[in-house]
Design a protein around this ligand. Structure first.
Ligand code: PFF
Length: 448
């Protein structure tokens, strides 16, 4: 490795950046529609268990690996286990970064486009499903917004860790909290909001299947940016003097809180105005504009909502691109501008089939899923859980749980991780992920 490696200038900067990575489309767009189609509160409960049992231990593990090695995901495994093929976990993570950012940017582009649609105003008699389908089914507009979003992302990454990532999360994260709070207050005070709260809080266990567990674990990994080295990369810019168990707790806590709160912003509004909570990926884009059109001051709340989605997406997208860029800068000695530009362009190109899947390539289906859903399924339900499983196994058995715990508890802070942590990482997390992946995938592909 050559050159000087940047470090976060404070503990707050790290927490905001890592929480910025975690909080994204996953908390608002994905969490709400996956909850709506997977049994409401029953899904939320399983998801919360997955966050505590698997999510938190893995966030600690990834950050610790990053801080210890001060390297990108590939380099981190290489430096902990030289001369072995374990670096392939890191390589899988870098590939997952490519796949996720390519479809993520398409959805973020929808959000940008909808900011302007909201400015123009949503009328109560509009055909909202038709408008959404018309937008995603057109060829050039989604490609234009995808390009713009990738440009914003790479613009931040070119500037580096301090002048790019850290500077922007300090502005964008507080803005995101503020907007979300305004939206929740508006949603909960609508007439009829209670039915949405009831839907969200009453579990329907009869709708739970093996796929619900796979969806919950997939959501936990996706929302915490786990299983692909994003937390390793952000941890690699953390100095030795900063503690890990408490900072990881902040990141996981903020991310979970925001997902749960976003549910309170979305479901009451959907119910108050009589829409279907199981509308699928279109939930945020079809149902909510109709909600905004039907409520007083709706245009303003519409603009705020899609702005929130765009901002949340941006602070996550930068972490996805940073994984890829850090790998090229550390391992291949590319300059940061070259890596950011070329990889940004490559990801832009890989994303194009996702949007064409709604227009020119709409006949292309994999097991009933369109191209964007296929990318999402491949990344969230396959690559991330597998990456997480292998990372936990590696940390617990190859690097050793004792080393991991010692490193994570250094320097001494106000919380320490205890013995249970080693058990989780060595046995429970890998076994639970493997079980859920095998049964969930079997159910999906056997068509049951
Ligand atoms: N955690 C982000 C979200 O919830 O939207 C998505 C994500 C970002 C996944 C970074 C993976 C990652 F490395």
């Amino acid at each position: 490795m050559i050159g000087h490696r940047e470090q976060w200038s404070s503990r707050l900067a790290f927490v905001l950046a890592a929480a910025g990575s975690a909080v994204g489309l996953g908390n608002i767009w994905r969490f709400s529609y996956v909850t709506g189609t997977n049994g409401g509160a029953a899904f939320v409960l399983i998801y919360l268990v997955a966050i505590v049992m698997i999510g938190y231990p893995l966030v600690v593990t990834e950050i610790t690996i990053g801080r210890k090695t001060q390297r990108n995901p590939v380099g981190a495994f290489l430096s902990l286990a030289p001369g072995t093929p374990w670096w392939l976990i890191g390589a899988m993570g870098v590939s997952a970064g490519f796949v996720i950012l390519s479809f993520y940017s398409i959805v973020a582009g929808w959000a940008l486009a909808y900011i302007f649609k909201a400015v123009a105003g949503f009328a109560p008699d509009m055909d909202f499903a038709g408008t959404f389908m018309g937008h995603i089914g057109s060829v050039w507009p989604p490609i234009f917004w995808h390009a713009l979003f990738m440009l914003l992302t790479l613009g931040i990454i070119v500037a580096g860790v301090i002048k790019g990532i850290q500077r922007w999360v300090r502005i964008l994260m507080p803005a995101l909290f503020g907007i979300l709070l305004i939206l929740v207050l508006r949603s909960l005070t609508l007439d009829g909001a209670g039915a949405g709260v009831a839907f969200y809080l009453s579990p329907r266990f009869d709708e739970v299947t093996a796929q619900t567990f796979l969806a919950a674990i997939g959501q936990a990994f996706f929302t915490l940016s786990l299983g692909m080295g994003a937390m390793i990369t952000y941890g690699s810019y953390l100095s030795e003097k900063h503690t890990i168990p408490d900072n990881a707790g902040w990141v996981v806590g903020l991310d979970t809180l925001i997902a749960v709160i976003a549910g309170f912003a979305i479901f009451p509004a959907v119910f108050a105005l009589g829409f279907d909570p199981a509308a699928g990926p279109g939930l945020a884009f079809i149902t909510l504009p109709a909600v905004f059109a039907a409520m007083p001051g709706g245009s303003l709340f519409g603009v705020l909502f899609f702005l929130l989605l765009g901002v949340a997406a941006l602070t996550s997208a930068i972490s996805l691109l940073e994984v890829v860029v850090a790998w090229l800068v550390d391992e291949k000695q590319w300059s940061r501008p070259k890596a950011s530009l070329l990889m940004g362009a490559a990801i832009f190109v890989i994303g194009i089939p996702c949007t064409l899947g709604y227009s020119l390539l709409s006949h292309v289906r994999f097991f009933g899923m369109d191209i964007l859903d296929t990318y999402d399924f491949l990344a969230s339900n396959l690559l991330l859980p597998l990456g997480g499983l292998l990372t936990a196994f590696f940390a617990g058995h190859v690097w050793s749980a004792r080393e991991l715990c010692r490193e994570a508890n250094r320097p001494a802070g106000n919380i320490r991780i205890g013995r249970w942590f080693g058990v989780m990482i060595k046995y429970i997390a890998p076994a639970a992920i493997a079980l859920v992946m095998v049964t969930g995938l079997f159910q999906k592909f056997s068509g049951q």
